[in-house]
Design a protein around this ligand. Sequence first.
Ligand code: SF4
Length: 225
Amino acid sequence: MQRSRPRSPETSVVVQLDDTACAMRGCIKCPRLAEFRATQREREPLWHNAPVPPWGSRDSPLLIVGLAPGRKGANRTGLPFWGDSSGDLLMQALETHGALQVDAGQPRLRGVRLVNAVACLPPGNRPNAVEVQTCRETWLKQELLPKRTILSLGRVAHESVRKGLAHSSSEMPFSHGAVAKLSGRTLLTSFHPSPLNTRTGRLGPDVFIALISDAIQMADSSRSG
Ligand code: SF4
């Protein structure tokens, strides 16, 4: 199935919906979030305004996990990290290292799959603990099963990945640049590339782009090794 969604008023993105995406679409396991996205749909009927499914091939060696869809980003376009300022830095980093190609406005990922810890837009960009747990148990855990390199962006994503893989906080402490090799997976952690973190200098663009390069190289070497 294909849908066209706006990235900006001038362009649209063709989004392929796989089985997971179709199954997620009607998910109402978090009543507060289901209600919130319904109000967003009334306000912006042309936007995605639904659970945002993972993006990228299922067998990609690198999985990047974010927090939740941004209102004008993934919630609008239907692609994780696509279309807002948090996503722009990640897309720039992926494009720099050959993991993203954009042809005629259509983005294509190579060797990387993107997903959020919480698939629905949360009010104020803050999912509660029950919503994070519910989405992890319902959807995120499936993404964590393959033995691959996983990069978590921000504390919420990091903690959800850690709990989903049943690792302790001493095995997987939250620390920018941390790398853990556990149960056949390489697990990396970064601050979230949000405008707040980049504006305040907590996460410089060059540092983030270098970290994405490291993650891609680790994923490639674990695939070939
Ligand atoms: S956040 Fe996840 S579990 Fe909750 S309603 Fe959305 S898709 Fe379902």
